[in-house]
Design a protein around this ligand. Structure first.
Ligand code: SF4
Length: 365
């Protein structure tokens, strides 16, 4: 059954957004490449963090042609710290297809956009609606939260079937009349979710443009929505990370081409949490004479399904170990020494190692 308040909700949101939308760099000039890049960067990453990355990326690769030609290490360095690196690799693959098949211009329709690597239904809808003013929809966690509260909807929003159903209901009942307002409407829902109907803590209902239509607000029960199934706990992996340094360089290796953090650079590490004594023994076995060993702070990094709990040591050595465990094996490429400047400018080291990258800068500075 059609939601009778839907047209009024849509109108209120469009008016509110006109006045309250934050000025964000990708909104100033919503060219297709800009919308694409920002939407990909904003998956899993906060707006404040994305701003600097977005500016740096566009500076280095101002259009699709530059992206299609960019060397992989340049791309990974520009993405360093954003995580989920397959996103930028897929962008490059898609850019190459756009250069080959579309003369360097992104296609307009959701179907054509979805056929490109790394562009799913959400990003395709966002590009079609925002950059090309098309009649398209795109739904993220903010939209799902706002809609669940607005309708006191008890369906589990972590279910893919529920997400699809909500998107369908939005398309049926809530889309603005004019195609060119669709992008604005979904951006308004998201903006409301980010700034007013917030995910953490109580929503700011007294500032909400759709409070008079909101069922959860009427029931005085906003925090019971949205309903979400509890996530499976992450697997915990303990690792000991080693900064092997000759005082001016630090040892790095490239991760395998497939799997977690594929193709990025890392400090060598071994499974488990080693004591200094165990580490000394390991280094002797690896024929790397440690001149001095210093304990570094512990660090933790959360991935989607796994948590790394890391212990770290700075180990001063005369030369790099040559045996398999530390220096490389069938999966790992060999260790090499990198100097401080190259840590900053050449090698993309994931933010999982941030604590140790900082320590490496001090150790080699
Ligand atoms: Fe969210 Fe409150 Fe607005 Fe309802 S009234 S949509 S709960 S901010």
């Amino acid at each position: 059954m059609k939601d009778p308040s839907a047209p009024a909700v849509t109108k209120a949101l469009l008016q509110w957004y006109k006045k309250h939308a934050r000025k964000l760099p990708w909104r100033q000039d919503p060219a297709p490449y800009h919308v694409w890049l920002s939407e990909i960067m904003l998956q899993q990453t906060r707006i404040e963090t994305v701003k600097a990355y977005y500016a740096r990326f566009l500076d280095a690769l101002p259009d699709i042609a530059h992206l299609a030609d960019a060397p992989e290490d340049t791309l990974l360095k520009l993405w360093e710290g954003l995580g989920y690196y397959s996103r930028v690799r897929n962008m490059k693959k898609a850019a190459q297809i756009v250069m080959r098949d579309y003369d360097g211009t992104l296609p307009h329709t959701v179907e054509e956009l979805r056929a490109l690597p790394g562009i799913g239904p959400y990003t395709a809808g966002a590009i079609a609606a925002i950059a090309f003013s098309g009649r398209a929809s795109f739904v993220d966690g903010n939209v799902l939260r706002v809609m669940a509260r607005l309708r006191a909807d008890t369906r589990d929003i972590s279910s893919e079937a529920v997400k699809r159903a909500v998107q369908h209901e939005l398309e049926e009942d809530f889309l603005p009349e004019r195609d060119r307002d669709c992008g604005t409407f979904f951006q308004a829902l998201m903006e409301l979710g980010e700034t007013v109907c917030v995910p953490a803590g109580a929503p700011l209902c007294t500032r909400c443009p759709v409070a008079s239509f909101c069922a959860a607000y009427r029931l005085g029960d906003t925090l019971s929505y949205p309903v979400k199934r509890a996530k499976k706990p992450r697997r915990i992996e303990k690792r000991t990370v080693l900064l092997l340094s000759d005082r001016t360089h630090v040892a790095l290796r490239k991760r395998p081409r497939k799997g977690l953090l594929a193709g990025l650079y890392e400090f060598p590490s071994v499974p488990g949490h080693l004591t200094q004594r165990e580490l000394r023994r390991l280094l002797r076995e690896e024929e790397a004479d440690a001149l001095r060993i210093l304990a570094l702070p512990d660090a933790k990094h959360l991935f989607t399904h796994v948590e790394w709990h890391m212990k770290g040591y700075l180990v001063y050595v005369e030369h790099l170990p040559e045996k398999a465990l530390l220096s490389g094996n069938a999966r790992m490429s060999p260790l090499f020494f990198a100097d401080r400047t190259d840590l900053d400018t050449v090698y993309a080291i994931p933010s999982a190692f941030r604590t140790y990258t900082e320590a490496a800068r001090h150790a080699t500075g």
